[in-house]
Design a protein around this ligand. Sequence first.
Ligand code: SF4
Ligand code: SF4
Length: 451
Amino acid sequence: MKGDNRMSTLRPKNWVFLIPEDAAATLILYAPLHKIAVRVSPQAGNLLVPILDGRQEDVTDSPQKDELMGFLASNKLLELPKGWAPDQSSAGKGKAKITMSLTNKCNLRCIYCYAKTGMDYTTMTWEVAKDAIDRVILEAVQNGEKKFGITFHGGGEATVELKFLQKCAVYIQEQAHVCDLKPYLGMVTNATLITTPVAVWMGEHFSNVTVSFDGLEEVQDYQRPDSRGKGTFVRVTRGIQNLMEVGIKPSIRATVTDFGVNRMADFVEYLAKEVFPKGGLIHFEPMSLCGRAADNELTTDPQAYMENYLKAKEVGKKVGMEVTCSFDTFGHEKKHFCGANRSTMFCVSPHGLVSACSRVTKPTDDGAELFFYARHNGQSGGFDVDPEAVNKIVAQGNLPENPCVSCFARWNCQGHCPIARYAYHEHREQSCIIIQELLKSAIITELDKNL
Ligand code: SF4
Ligand code: SF4
């Protein structure tokens, strides 16, 4: 497998950034990997540009140059901190975790659905499910792990195939017991089918549940109707209540469109008051321009999203709700955005194909031609991995030279969601605006705290 040779050509300007500050005539020196952010004068900025580019000799000797060099040296800013060069050897290797997309069937018809539910009703065969479970357990045993993880998530709603889901869970428990491993089961669900008995059963098996829930009644009912066009707000809240009664506190994942963007803070307040009086977590994401969202020509204005996200976050602090978003990256430096960058995710689709991205679950999905890299082999009872396909995913997953390598958000963002970068171009441009603005505003807030 080819490595990403660009790491060897990095210069300090690729990890120490100079960001112009709008209002004041200052620059912000931002070095996320060194956890440093300070304001510097434009004069200092002029000297720093060639120094950070590795051209110190171009700067005439002066007391100011000595002072800057002293500052850079004492904070080790001219060196990339250890451990931040991407680890090429991890490419394609799993970590005893898989995602199973049991079915493409779904009882909802969300107006922006990336999977365009209602067009494909394939459910995984038992052979595929069993072999996927056996594979992750074997991986855990071979890696000397004590646990393994399976998340049910994908292009449909797993609880639509409840009996099959239960059969999988029983088999997982049995095999985990045989191998002396602890299984961690997770699920992303629309929660509309979580009745009391289903919740009781989930309480016995699941450690982690995320509920897709977009907002107050008018937002949820408009954005996430069922297959007959009826609203789902009441059913979702009942499902969450049922989970809470058996001790599962789900996190909430809300997709934001222009329709609901002004109600984000109200939704946080509602959740704190009515659903999570002891505090909870909500993760907002602006809608991706793909699947049914592209067909319906829906939009999410980046400016409106940002303003309302920040408002919602403020409200969250007051009412005890943690408010997050993958675009809100300050303090979350990372080597890769997700497992799709290095093809380390093993997401088994209902057709028995394996994808590096949990969004790709059908051969007709955006990105299917890139992200599928293995398929079930009914004869051997395993999965045949195509190394060439892995190489292509990894090549696509590398941080793009343009515009990311010199972007001040690069260590926080890492090019953001790989499939958005590959397949949803318009979405990507919007994403960069939101990521850079949110990061800059968080850096300024942090600097102002220390004034
Ligand atoms: S590529 Fe994007 S959608 Fe796919 S798993 Fe990664 S973050 Fe999720
Ligand atoms: S995706 Fe956009 S915000 Fe992220 S590193 Fe690249 S240019 Fe910067």
